[in-house]
Design a protein around this ligand. Structure first.
Ligand code: SIN
Length: 335
């Protein structure tokens, strides 16, 4: 047992570390425009964490003296539910929230949460790169937000404190969800009870039994250790997790044309590198879960079809909000 004064010092140090931006931050000099980039996931070994770190490193080296990026990972600055409000107040200049968070600004963003809409990450990229994807990105501009691009993660898997093989196995269980009406309807369609919780609260909620299960990508499940407090995962690939790289129009318009152009160029490069590595990152997270003693169950085609049949009716509930034209356009990339 540590003496009390040492415990106090340890607590103070860990609080200071938790509040510090990520090590990818340069020491911003006075005169440089500082961009605080806030996100909620691990700083490395994760598609978004790695993209944010790479973006900061590139800006801090290539635009040194003009622009400086400080990355705040692991919800150390804001959680995803708060970050866009903070951005509109000018307290943070960039964030990469899950697109589930964008429904507050445009209901058409609900498309990204529809279960079994996208076959794989590549079909998501094709949709995001299409005219419809670009128009969707622009649809938040009248709310004071500018989506500079999309960052990838991957397909979502289910987990619970009991094996999930058929949709009936989920019945009666409490599942943590992001704050999304579509995800709520998805679990209600399984006769389960969805609970909206911030990402930083998920591990504790699973551990203490506040919720029984959750859905997320392998990279999130591994880096946040959710698998350690679950019976196992089911490789359902039932949905996707992808991000919007967002800034405020006010901040963006305060930059010079050259700064905006340079940031866009670096962002495009980092995004393409992130797409190239996101699949491998999730695969290696899956392997790490298994080698750490976690269970990953795969489904036969018939078993997976049962999940599709149970969850697919959710589309009809949201087709007016999203627009059936947009749903058709997005599904065309998975045919
Ligand atoms: C994230 O990947 O940014 C978090 C997603 C979640 O809240 O599950």
């Amino acid at each position: 047992m540590l003496p009390k004064y040492l415990t106090a010092i340890a607590v103070a140090i860990s609080a200071a570390v938790a509040l510090s931006p990520d090590t990818a931050r340069a020491n911003c000099d006075s005169g440089e425009t500082t961009i605080k980039l806030s996100h909620v996931v691990a700083a490395s070994g994760h598609p978004k964490g790695d993209a944010a770190t790479a973006f900061a490193a590139a800006v801090n080296s290539e635009l040194n003296g003009r622009i400086c990026v400080e990355v705040y990972p692991n919800s150390t600055l804001y959680d995803d539910d708060k970050v866009l409000e903070a951005m509109l107040l000018g307290d943070v200049q960039m964030a990469a929230p899950s697109l589930s968070k964008m429904e507050k600004y445009t209901k058409r963003f609900r498309i990204f949460d529809l279960p079994f809409l996208f076959r794989d990450a590549e079909s998501v990229y094709e949709f995001q790169d299409s005219a419809a994807g670009a128009e969707l990105a622009r649809s938040v501009e009248d709310k004071g937000l500018l989506m500079l691009g999309y960052w990838p993660n991957g397909m979502k898997q289910m987990s619970a404190n009991k094996p999930l093989v058929s949709p009936e196995d989920a019945s009666g269980l409490k599942f943590r969800i992001q704050s999304s009406e579509v995800l709520q309807a998805q679990f209600e369609a399984l006769d389960a009870s969805p609970q909206k919780l911030a990402f930083k609260e998920v591990y504790g909620a699973l551990q203490t039994g506040v919720v029984d299960g959750q859905e997320n990508t392998y990279s999130n499940i591994y880096t946040k250790k959710f698998f350690e407090v679950q019976d196992g995962l089911t490789e359902s690939n039932h949905g996707i997790l992808t991000y919007g790289v967002v800034t405020s129009t006010e901040f963006w318009n305060s930059l010079s044309a050259q700064d905006r152009g340079d940031l866009e160029r670096i962002l495009a490069r980092v995004t393409s590198e992130s797409r190239a590595s996101a699949k491998a990152s999730n695969l290696s997270a899956k392997e790490n879960i298994i080698s750490s003693g976690g269970t990953v169950r795969t489904l036969t085609a018939a078993q997976r079809n049962a999940w599709v049949n149970a969850m697919r009716p959710v589309w009809d509930q949201f087709s007016d909000d999203i627009g059936s034209d947009l749903i058709e356009s997005a599904s065309s990339f998975s045919n």
